[in-house]
Design a protein around this ligand. Structure first.
Ligand SMILES: C[S@@+](CC[C@H](N)C(=O)[O-])C[C@H]1O[C@@H](n2cnc3c(N)ncnc32)[C@H](O)[C@@H]1O
Length: 400
């Protein structure tokens, strides 16, 4: 059994991605999906998924009364056949059981059970610690049941390895991919990303448009450090994915224009460098300017902004003016576009002064956010101008 985890609210998108790879999802939860699968399936999922966090392979589940019982049960697993004795293992866990108040303690018990067993069977034991760069064992202990997984990803699948230079408040790559997917973008229309920051939205869009396999950017996954790793099978999967990337990289698959701008030259520079690392810099036109001066291709497309929303950075008063200016920018310059704002601040969103046609819920970490969609039609410009902001706010309120 495989449990594929994701950020809160992304599981339906994750389900669609998993099904598009030809798998059947057995169940879908708030923060993940479950499917029947083996370690080869786990490798394929690690390579291809955009919206996932971790791919977990279930090793065992059992009734568990207390920490000693946990040690006893975990010791029964054949760890010497799973973890090389010269490896490094990290144990992480989520514990929600009345008998335990120190959540680190069960992780320690699991780690002891693993290394004691390997020492007994092989005469040497793996190192252990907090780094998720080698073997990762993950536990869920809820009330009297415990599940022990091999975390085949280690570091999150969403850490794609291209963002060497994150600029202020970057979106996690999986969230940026989900935002782009929610706009329906497929590369056949221009995509404009003002306020690009470190470029995550534009880079994820370029990867999606060219169907690049995201896992190819990473050389390390936790499954590679286990004894269960079939390197020949992994290389075969990678070379098939590389062939796909190469084919999609040809001129006939070139997406429509992708434009990314930011007011800060340092942000644009970091976005450009990150795009270079991701191998998509040739697909994105970067420039430094106020968002309102961003070049907008004729004929419609998608424009998506992720302005600051006053929780982590940015001054609220100043941001009110910025959000109002975003509304003017949409009205005056983005006719024929589907325009989107990703924000965690509904009060600021009201300052845009346009009526949303969709409000898609997301979470950015623990912050509840919305992807707000505005359809900008030529014929409705006057109506927008005439609509008093207060009325627009009232109309928007019930769907919030
Ligand atoms: C929340 S960050 C965007 C983060 C981005 N989505 C990422 O993943 O890196 C907001 C960005 O808006 C930019 N910004 C703020 N005011 C701007 C303006 N008037 N015109 C253009 N960019 C602006 C900031 O420099 C910052 O990079």
């Amino acid at each position: 059994m495989l449990l594929i985890t994701c950020a809160q609210g992304l599981s339906e998108m994750l389900r669609a991605e998993v099904e598009a790879l030809g798998f059947t999802v057995d169940s879908c939860h708030e923060t993940g999906v479950e499917m029947t699968g083996n370690l080869y399936d786990a490798m394929k999922l690690n390579l291809h998924l955009r919206t996932a966090f971790n791919v977990l392979y279930l090793l065992d589940h059992f009734e568990c009364r207390d920490a000693d019982h946990l040690y006893h049960q975990v010791s029964k697993l054949p760890w010497e056949d799973i973890i090389p004795s010269n490896e490094y293992v990290c144990v992480v866990g989520r514990i929600d059981t009345p008998s335990i108040d120190n959540t680190m303690y069960p992780n320690l018990k699991i780690k002891d059970a693993i290394v004691d067993r390997i020492l007994k069977k092989t005469g040497s034991r793996p190192d252990s610690g907090k780094e998720r760069t080698h073997v990762v064992v993950q536990a869920y202990w809820k009330e009297d049941r415990c599940w022990i997984y091999l975390n085949t990803s280690g570091q999150k699948v969403s850490d794609r390895n291209y963002r060497k230079l994150p600029y202020s408040a970057p979106l996690r790559e999986s969230l940026a991919a989900a935002i782009i997917m929610a706009t329906g973008y497929d590369g056949s229309q221009p995509l404009v990303c003002p306020m690009c920051g470190s470029g995550t939205l534009a880079i994820e869009a370029a990867l999606i448009a060219t169907r690049r396999v995201p896992g190819l950017m990473r050389s390390n996954f936790a499954f590679m450090h286990t004894k269960l790793y079939d390197e020949a099978a992994w290389q075969q999967m990678r070379s098939e994915a590389l062939k796909q990337n190469k084919k999609r990289g040809k001129a006939e698959f070139r997406p429509q224009r992708i434009i990314a701008t930011d007011i800060l030259p340092q942000a644009v520079e970091s976005a450009r460098r990150n795009a270079m690392t991701a191998g998509v810099d040739h697909l994105i036109e970067f420039s430094t300017c106020d968002f309102a001066d961003t070049p907008i291709p004729e004929g419609g497309g998608i424009v998506v902004l992720n302005p600051e929303y006053g929780m982590r950075m940015g001054e609220l008063e100043e941001l009110k003016g910025t959000y109002a200016r975003i509304g003017d920018f949409f009205k005056q310059r983005c006719t024929g576009y589907n325009a989107y704002i990703f924000t965690g601040n509904p009060q600021l969103a009201k300052k845009v002064g346009l009526q949303t046609c969709r409000r898609i819920p997301f979470f950015n970490g623990s912050i509840e956010c919305r992807l707000l969609k505005y359809e900008i039609y030529a014929g409705t410009r006057k109506q927008y101008n005439d609509a008093p902001p207060a009325e627009v706010e009232k109309q928007d309120a019930p769907s919030e």
